[in-house]
Design a protein around this ligand. Sequence first.
Ligand code: D5M
Ligand code: FE
Ligand code: ZN
Length: 519
Amino acid sequence: MPLETPARIVRELTSRGYNADREAVTLLANAPDPDGALNEAVESAPEHALKISVEHVRNVLDSASSESASSASSLSENGDVSIPDNTPFSTGTKNTESSVHEVTSPVETEGSISRNEALQSVGIEGDVTGQSTGTGEYDDFVTVFRDRFQRLSGQLRGRVNARPTNAVASMPGGSDAAMVGMISDIRSTASGHWLVELEDTNGTFPCLIMKDKEFASVVNELLLDETIAVEGTLSSDAGILFVDSLHFPDVPRTYKPSTADRHVQAALISDVHVGSQEFMADAWSRFTSWLHTEEAEHVEYLLIAGDMVEGVGIYPNQDEELDIIDIFEQYEKFSEYLKEVPGDMEIVMIPGNHDAVRLAEPQPGFDEELRDIMDVHDARITGNPSTVTVEGVSVLMYHGVSLDEVIAEMPEEKASYEEPHKAMYQLLKKRHVAPQYGGHTRVAPEEKDYLVIDEVPDIFHTGHVHKLGFGKYHNVLAMNSGCWQSQTDFQKSVNINPDSGFAPVVDLDTLDVTVHKFA
Ligand code: D5M
Ligand code: FE
Ligand code: ZN
């Protein structure tokens, strides 16, 4: 009897329009006649069933064992299975808490495994879907900036004895003073010092950071529009503040992340790009078949941080690399791939810049038409960004378009494509997922700024730059999750080497990471 790979069974079921419990797939795979059992399970499934359940398969198997059914084995054309290679290897990602292993061939599953769906819990906050009020008028921009400033300055005010810019302007020359403001300009002076203009709701005030100050190197991490606090001494005419210290809203160093009460794991992925010629279907199927194995039994959550599909008209000449040119067909295909994920896992997904929602952030979750296409798995669909609380662990999910900008603006050691998690640290430090306005990242004005990081998350999950990198920033796990698309022509032309086919898995009880490679 050949061993059947669960992946092949899942694919067969998927092609016939069914999703299946992992346990059901395992039972089918281990049946004496898997094809016969699968055929019978499908034929006897209730008319409107979307999912083949484990009870259903048991019934089929029970009756088969008494009748001794048999049928031609159309499923066993590549029925050989090999054990995953657990040899650790390096991906260049430095993190002592992580281990990496490679799964390059279909994986075997033994016995039945099922996840206890009753223990799973997912909560969502900060989702703009259905809440968007912005009309794009000038007033909306004023409102959203005021909201941003109020909330971020609130985080800083307790730490310095700040006064409004107009009050500082009327203080006697030489006084000590502190201010909280948004950066409206950064210039270097003729003598190599830095002039940073801060703006609050009362006006603006120029602040000078001397090049020989210990903290002067912090200037290269400042972005326009971010909110900071400064302390220093006023010039004799009270026209400028000489800065002695500078503060970001930041994450407290002593932040204690919450963890789950049981051993349960979440796979964090992004940038699937179905519809692109470079979408790695084989790696994806190896991943989803692995999810059906015992080794993945604790992986109960799958978080997808945007770019489900390749989309159309996203970048110039993108159409030359499209495998599927119709956007709806891309989502239909994506949902086929989603069906391969065990039915007893919870999926949460947000859109990215390739998805068919508005490009400006915050991006609402998919509309009804796309939800209908993707409802094969009861996935939770929420906006970009959103805070998703999984068994008590809060995960800030954000696609990551602003990372390109942070990486472009900052020196290599502070943010780079090789270490995308460091660019994420900058966003945590600024407590805003897209601090700089008017650049690459399009921002839609709303009544409140959904892009402010009000509460410190336990995990920060982004994608977009197609590089895998993770690390801890003040105990917050920052994870940028790679992609499922091999190098595109554009990426070749600019020397971007994507990390494709990786699934980082986080232990929600410890926040430790294991990276699994499927390509
Ligand atoms: O983009 C993946 C990464 O590649 C992200 O860092 C942007 C960059 N990228 C990809 N294509 C282009 C083009 N055509 N212009 C500029 N930057 C690009 P993603 O949007 O997730 O595919
Ligand atoms: Fe992408
Ligand atoms: Zn993207």
